[in-house]
Design a protein around this ligand. Structure first.
Ligand code: TXA
Ligand code: MG
Length: 376
């Protein structure tokens, strides 16, 4: 690196030691950003904020660097990574042009922003093979977060970046979340405060003249349909062993340590009573109005203000992490977590319900009467 690394805020003069240390860079400091960008170019792993969640970046043209992402996260090798660019300018090096018409429209409407496009992989794309996990497609996004944009333009290489959590855990929305999962396992994290959105980008497949949403996210299906001018497809539920288009969607994900079930507000009292009869300490994740009405024996974590899906999305991963003892709202001792999503459907709630379903995957049904909420 051309510059000495800046000190960690918690330990002003990092002493040389054999224990690997993760350097914390400030997203507000020019020198830190330049140093983090040259570390990326040198093959290091650098986490950084985006408008959705924190990503774990590596030079997408460097196979060894990309493989170290998979190792640090314990991520299955068949789950490809999103390539992050500072602008659409270099897109023709990754995918053949002209782009599909739908891609051109979506790029004009949503980039920079929380939309990932699945495009055909250019046969001569200079990308490490591990990025695309052997697929003939590539996922690309141009983030809007100013710190991500500054880092990517300084890096001068395409940056492969999954969410910067250990595989299976809730995605990180602060630098502290990243350090909790990956301290010592990655070279640096650029601290840019809390991510604005809280859930990941919408992944849209635009190949073959069709538009299909593979993962709901910050950009709603309705917004995409408004831009495309027609209704778009949605990837369905994945059965075990089935081949999926977005390989990441088949895994249990976003999950805290205790088993989680999704219940509706109207079912909550009955569900709490049922679990307590079984001798279980119940944790509840719910918006402020619901969480504040619960009995003292319930381990409650507030997520979002009343009826406000955006704040629920923004706080969701921190709330899930609170059940694992992380953060100022940490709670201990819940044997089971009941998550109550805001009422309604569509828009950002699609993404919230998708993440809660993934966090609950494999836990079976909670309710004696109802089971898991579906799209409620
Ligand atoms: O908001 C986001 O998208 C964040 C930030 C850091 O950009 N990134 C993120 O990455 O959520 P990750 O790796 O956690 O999720 C990427 C998803 C996975 O489901 C993966 O399987 C899918 O995108 N994906 C990546 N490349 C693909 C490809 N070529 N074809 C189909 N799906 C792909
Ligand atoms: Mg992820």
């Amino acid at each position: 690196m051309p510059f000495p690394p800046p000190p960690r805020p918690s330990s002003p003069s990092p002493s040389p030691s054999l224990t690997p240390q993760t350097i914390v860079y400030s997203g507000q400091n020019e020198l830190d950003l330049t140093t983090a960008a040259s570390a990326l170019r040198a093959g290091k792993l650098i986490a950084f904020p985006t408008e959705t969640v924190y990503g774990l970046g590596a030079d997408a043209t460097n196979q060894a660097a990309v493989l170290s992402i998979f190792a640090a996260k314990h991520r299955p090798a068949d789950n490809p990574l999103i390539v992050h660019l500072p602008s659409a300018q270099t897109l023709p090096t990754l995918t053949p042009t002209p782009l599909p018409a739908a891609a051109t429209r979506l790029i004009a409407a949503f980039w920079p922003g929380p939309l990932t496009l699945i495009l055909p992989l250019h046969p001569r794309a200079r990308l490490a093979a591990a990025v695309t996990a052997g697929l003939r497609s590539v996922a690309v996004r141009v983030p809007r977060h100013p710190v991500a944009a500054a880092l990517l333009s300084r890096a001068g290489v395409p940056v492969a970046a999954p969410s910067a959590n250990r595989s299976g855990r809730p995605s990180p929305t602060t630098a502290a979340h990243v350090l909790c999962d990956l301290d010592g396992a990655v070279d640096g994290v650029v601290d840019g405060g809390a991510a604005f959105g809280g859930v990941e980008s919408t992944v849209v497949d635009v190949r073959g003249g069709m538009v299909r949403v593979l993962r709901p996210g910050m950009v709603s299906v309705a917004e995409i349909e408004r831009v495309i001018g027609e209704s778009v497809g949605r990837a369905g539920k994945v059965e075990p062993g089935e081949k999926v288009v977005a390989p990441g969607m088949k895994y249990r994900h976003y999950a805290p340590g205790a088993p989680l079930y999704v219940v509706r507000a109207g079912e909550l009292a009955g569900e709490i009573a049922r679990w307590e009869e079984l001798g279980q300490t119940v944790g509840v994740l719910a918006e402020a109005g619901v969480a504040s009405r619960l009995g003292k024996q319930v381990r409650a974590v507030t997520c979002g203000s009343n009826g406000d899906v955006e704040s629920f999305a923004r706080e969701l991963y921190a709330a899930l992490r609170a059940f694992d003892g992380e953060g100022t709202n940490a709670v201990a001792g819940a044997d089971v977590i009941l998550a109550v999503p805001p009422a309604g459907s569509g828009g950002l709630l699609d993404a919230v319900l998708n993440r809660l379903e993934k966090a609950a995957a494999g836990n079976g049904e909670s309710g004696v009467t109802s089971g898991r909420a579906r799209g409620a």
